[in-house]
Every structure is written in C-alpha cells, then in structure tokens.
Design a protein around this ligand. Structure first.
Ligand SMILES: [Zn+2]
Ligand SMILES: [Zn+2]
Length: 424
C-alpha cells in the first residue's frame, strides 16, 4: 500500500521547531501532510496515540564488517539492527577487508545496502591507502563513488603533514575529514589509565593519548579551514579544546558514543571485555563533562560506533577486540539522559537525526517537512524490553547491556515511505 496515515502521535521535529500531537500522511514515499484529524480513504492507518514520531536517526559511525568479516556482521544483519534501532542512514567505517580505499569497495557498500533496501549505507572512504597512514587515497574518485567523508577509523591518522594535506584537499572537494583521535604510541594499552587499570594491573590508554591528537587536529582545522569531525570524544579536556576552537570559528564538529555518556571505567569490573572500547570508558568527571557538552551544544551528535565482534574475540580483557554493538540500544540509552533530566526530546532528536544529517549535507533525512522523503521513526519511550537472543538482530552480542532491562522501544521505522521495521 503506498499510502500511510499515522494518527495522534506526538510529532517532534527540531528542524521546524515542531512539537505537537497530530497526524502524518505519507504518499509515494514522501510526507504529504502534517495536521490534525487527517483523513485518507485508501491509507493504511497506524494508531500512534501515546507514542513519539520523529525523523529517523542518522548514525555517523557504524562498522558494518562487510566486506570481509561477515562472521561478525553483514550488510543485511546491520541493516536489520539499524532499522530496529530507528536508524535509516548509516555512515560506514572503512576498516573492512578490503578497506574502503577504492571506488570499487565504496560502490559495493552502496549497492549492497540498496539491494537489501531497508536503509541507506553511505561509505566513509579511507584517508590513506590500506589505512596504513602513509599515502592519501584518491579523495575525488572516492567522492564520485559515493563516499561522504574520509577517516582511517579503527586507527588514527598519525602523520601531521598528511592530516594537513587531507584537510586542505577535502575542503576543496566539500568533504568531511573524521579522525579517531588517539595517539597510537601513547595508547598502547587496553583500558583507561586510572583506578581500574591499577587494580587489575592492565596496561592503559591515558586520556592524553586522545587529547594530543584532538589538539593537533583542531589546530590544523583552524589553520586550513578544512572541516574536521572528531569521532567518539571521551575526555573533559578534549571537549574543552573543541569548545575553544569552535568559539574561534574553526569548522569543527564532534560526536559522542552513548556508552561514554552512561558508563565509566568501573563498568569493566562487572562487564569485563564487553566494556572494552577505544577510546576507553573514562572517569565520572569525564562522563559529566560529556553530558555538559550535549547541553551546551559543543557535542554535535550521538553516534553509536556499532562495532560487532564474535564471542571468541571478546575473551580476556587484554586479548579481546575493542568495541560494542550499539544500534538497537542507542535510543533507550539516549532516553535515559532525558529521564535523568539532562536533555529534552527536542535535543535528543537533534543529536541523533537533524544535526548529523546537516553535517553530512543530507536533505532527505533529519526532518519531517512536507514534501521530504518519509524517513521517520515511531517509538514508545517507556516500553521495557531486553536485548537478548530473540530481540537482537545483529550477528554479534558484545555489549554490557546484553540481557539487561532497557526502557524505550522503536515501534515502527519507515524508510522512504515503507515500513521497514515493526515491533510485534
Ligand atoms: Zn574509532
Ligand atoms: Zn569506530
């Protein structure tokens, strides 16, 4: 059925400063009307009383593992997990095998997601060939092939001269340079430097490992005018520097991983390697500073850094791979920040949808304007559920939230006017 009528939802769209109860009519993949008591004889009707309707989420940081590590995740499973989490646009990190350093791999990502057809995958091209940090890739050809940004994520770009060149080149092409900011000489260990690393006797990755690269990249962005996006910022000092350079007018944006907003290094004591991630969980004072950054606008968006790993890769802390899955848990985690009184619904939706869409220059998502493509999500902020065998749609299960009670559930995800996820 090509017509869909969603009735009596609380409609929230920060792009229009809209927050009211009403109906949304979708026709031929686009938003046809927003109003009260809309009527359409042939439409499929969703009674949405008591639920929230907003633009579907845009995730600037996803590891699809496809191509090359499909035992962890593939385009189909990541698409399903994404839509179950309310996301319809994913920016895919280039640390695949082969990496996204050629137009062929970039096109493979775009086309594979199109074939599955339930959400959009946009590749982030590698900054350097083979993600080795030695030689820049051909940004122009990557852009032609659909890449929206450039990063070597999984690894930092350590060479300052290459970073400067990358920012200048990307500026000419209108592309965004993203960096995983952790100096790999300082970040030789496994978890945050602090009480837990001393207690467990595990080598650490100090906050300074992140901060020195954040400082360098902010300076280079300020000096070149090239657009920089700092990935998964995790320390109070990183945030202060980003705030400082933003105020000076540097074209800088940054994202935060929801786990860094709700967990500290102490989580390692109960969740073990399921709480291991790079950059690592920090101290309470860092967590509080990140929440302040959400409130004052220093942080632009929430991005999941969805990073699936097989169970055998998540053994002992020292030997396990870093990262956790996060597409299905992002919404309940963000809602927790609302329940704790830190942010409003309007701000949450801005952080998860409108702002990332804007940073990426995407006009067909991140808003509910009449005439726009109908990319939206309907959720119940209070429904309780568990992420476990029968609800998890990722191929992996590495998260400290496994089998824990979550509050807030996506009921419907709509992509280009089609229902691509429905809670049953
Ligand atoms: Zn990273
Ligand atoms: Zn990542």
């Amino acid at each position: 059925m090509s017509k869909l009528l969603i009735r009596r939802a609380r409609i929230i769209d920060p792009s229009q400063n809209l927050d009211k109860v009403g109906d949304v009519l979708i026709e031929k993949g686009r938003i046809k009307a927003i109003g009260e008591e809309l009527f359409e004889l042939e439409a499929q009707v969703i009674d949405a009383e008591g639920t929230i309707l907003c633009p579907s989420f845009v995730d600037m940081h996803v590891h699809t593992r496809d191509p090359g590590q499909e035992y962890k995740e593939d385009m189909k499973s990541v698409s399903k997990a994404a839509t179950a989490g309310g996301f319809t646009t994913l920016v895919c990190m280039p640390n695949t095998n082969p990496p996204i350093d050629s137009p062929e791999v970039a096109q493979y990502i775009v086309q594979k997601a199109e074939q599955i057809g339930i959400c959009r995958a946009i590749p982030a091209g590698a900054l350097t060939k083979g993600r080795k940090g030695k030689e820049l890739t051909d940004f122009y050809r990557l852009k032609e092939a659909g890449c929206i940004a450039l990063t070597d994520d999984g690894s930092p770009l350590m060479d300052s001269l290459l970073m400067e060149r990358a920012l200048k080149l990307a500026k000419q092409l209108g592309m965004l340079v993203m960096n995983h900011c952790e100096d790999d000489r300082l970040a030789y260990g496994h978890i945050n430097e602090g009480y837990v690393s001393s207690l467990l006797g595990i080598s650490s990755r100090p906050p300074s490992a992140e901060e020195v690269l954040v400082a360098r990249d902010c300076i280079l962005s300020y000096r070149t005018g090239g657009r920089l996006h700092v990935q998964h910022v995790s320390t109070a000092l990183s945030l202060e520097m980003i705030r400082f350079f933003k105020e000076k007018g540097a074209p800088i944006s940054c994202e935060v991983n929801p786990y860094h907003l709700l967990f500290t290094e102490e989580e390692l004591l109960s969740s073990g390697s399921n709480a291991k991630v790079n950059p690592p969980f920090r101290k309470e004072e860092d967590r509080r500073a990140l929440i302040e950054g959400l409130k004052d606008g220093t942080i632009d968006c929430i991005a999941t850094d969805h990073a699936p790993h097989a169970p055998w890769e998540k053994g002992l802390l020292e030997s396990s791979m870093p990262g956790m899955i996060g597409l299905q848990t992002a919404l309940p985690m963000a809602l927790e920040l609302i329940r704790e009184g830190h942010i409003s619904y309007m701000r949450m939706i801005e952080l998860m949808s409108c702002r990332p869409a804007k940073l990426l220059g995407l006009e067909d998502c991140g808003n509910l304007k009449v005439g726009s493509k109908a990319n939206l999500v309907l959720f119940d902020p209070d429904r309780e559920w568990y992420l476990k065998e029968d609800t998890n749609l990722s191929k992996s299960r590495n998260t400290p939230l496994w089998n824990k009670k979550l509050r807030g559930k996506v009921l419907y995800t709509i992509y280009e006017g089609r229902i691509v996820y429905r809670d049953v």
